[in-house]
Design a protein around this ligand. Structure first.
Ligand SMILES: *Cc1c(COP(=O)(O)O)cnc(C)c1O
Length: 372
């Protein structure tokens, strides 16, 4: 049997007609940038998240950049983010000229904790960016509380956690601004690039709208040096369709995760840890195994495709090699060396899930170190 790491084919088959209608609507309207679909999506997405405002932008990276610019983050400011996130979180900080400061995550959840944040905080920390990694909310309530007492602003990176809840409240609504990516493979994905920021602050919403629109709120009048970052009409129309199915899709992901959690039994494999009170939306089902590469080969030989999220820590990336302030911690490196993401996608059949489970349970080591 062949099991891909991910495929959109089954979801897109189910949505074919609705998506085709969305395409025709935009095609016939003749309006392709920031028109009705875009504002309708912004309203619907804000309402879904329980935020007052949403603004569509061109990507998840841009969402972070626009958020940081709106908070006037720049040279001389430190921004704390997790040592084990996708590079975009760090690149957004670098893009505005601020300094990346890395915090070690919790070893079990792989997520940022209040303790990790506090041990990374500096005199110049202006913003903290908790990432709801793999789809599980980070320790966001505690981080937001600690940040507030220290005058640090919170920007949430929700690129992997559309629809995830913490204490019944949507991620993205705990800090000043929540940032989302609609890259096709995310839980809410467009048919191309896209992103959004959400906020409850009218002032920040207006500022972000201006920044993403060439620094202009009145046509051809540019109050600041903005950028061009727009969610286009077609993607907005597609996203409106997908948003209506997001909860059902997340529920389908959760059923697959539960089947994995209940049936994978291998002392060499550490399963993901779900914290009480947090609704994990399973963007990624991350396991850890000391003999990760041998396990990956074992699965590949059986036709099962896996991915590592992420094999190289931010501090170890070539892009940050010249940044003398960053140094990888043993924990960040250990997570990078042991992480393996299992196949998980809408429409995955029980046969496929059980095939992956059996293959994992049959792994008895690559002959190396067995301590897990
Ligand atoms: C995907 C992702 C981003 C960036 O999103 P793009 O739309 O690809 O720019 C940012 N942060 C995290 C954690 C992500 O997973």
């Amino acid at each position: 049997m062949k099991v891909p790491f991910s495929t959109l084919a089954r979801l897109h088959e189910d949505l074919r007609e609705e998506m085709a209608d969305a395409f025709s609507r935009v095609y016939d309207s003749g309006m392709f940038i920031r028109s009705k679909e875009c504002s309708a999506f912004e309203e619907e997405f804000a309402a879904y998240c329980g935020a007052r405002y949403a603004l569509g932008v061109a990507s998840g990276l841009d969402a972070l950049v626009v958020a940081l610019k709106a908070l006037d983050v720049g040279p001389g400011d430190d921004v704390v983010l997790p040592a084990n996130t996708f590079i975009a979180t760090a690149l957004a900080v670098s893009a505005v000229g601020a300094n990346v400061v890395l915090a070690d995550p919790d070893e079990k959840t792989c997520n940022m904790t209040a303790r990790g944040f506090l041990s990374a905080i500096t005199e110049n920390t202006k913003v903290v960016i908790p990432v709801h990694l793999y789809g599980q909310p980070a320790e966001i309530e505690e981080i937001a509380k600690e940040a507030a007492t220290r005058g640090v602003l919170v920007v949430e990176d929700c690129a992997q956690a559309h629809g995830a809840l913490c204490g019944g409240k949507h991620v993205g609504t705990f800090g000043a601004i929540g940032c989302f990516s609609f890259y096709p493979g995310k839980n809410l994905g467009a048919l191309g690039d896209g992103g959004a920021v959400i906020t409850d602050s009218e002032e920040l919403a207006d500022r972000m709208r201006r920044i993403a629109n060439y620094g202009s709120s009145i046509r051809y009048h540019h109050e600041e040096k903005g950028i061009n970052s727009r969610l286009d009409e077609l993607q907005a129309a597609f996203l409106r369709v997908k948003l209506r199915h997001l909860d059902a899709c997340n529920e389908a992901r959760s059923l697959i995760a539960v089947r994995y959690l209940e049936n994978i039994r291998n002392p060499l494999v550490a399963l993901p840890c779900v914290e009480p009170g947090r609704d994990h939306v399973w963007h990624i089902f991350a396991i850890h195994c000391v003999e990760r590469d041998a396990l990956r080969d074992h699965l590949r030989q059986r036709g099962i495709e896996t991915v590592c999220h992420y094999p190289v820590t931010i501090a170890d990336q070539g892009a940050y090699a010249s940044d003398g302030r960053l140094s990888p911690t043993p924990l960040a490196r250990r997570l990078a060396d042991t992480e393996l993401s299992l196949p998980l996608y809408f429409g995955m059949t029980d046969e496929e899930i059980d095939y992956v489970i059996d293959a994992l349970n049959a792994f008895n080591g690559g002959g190396g170190n067995r301590a897990a």
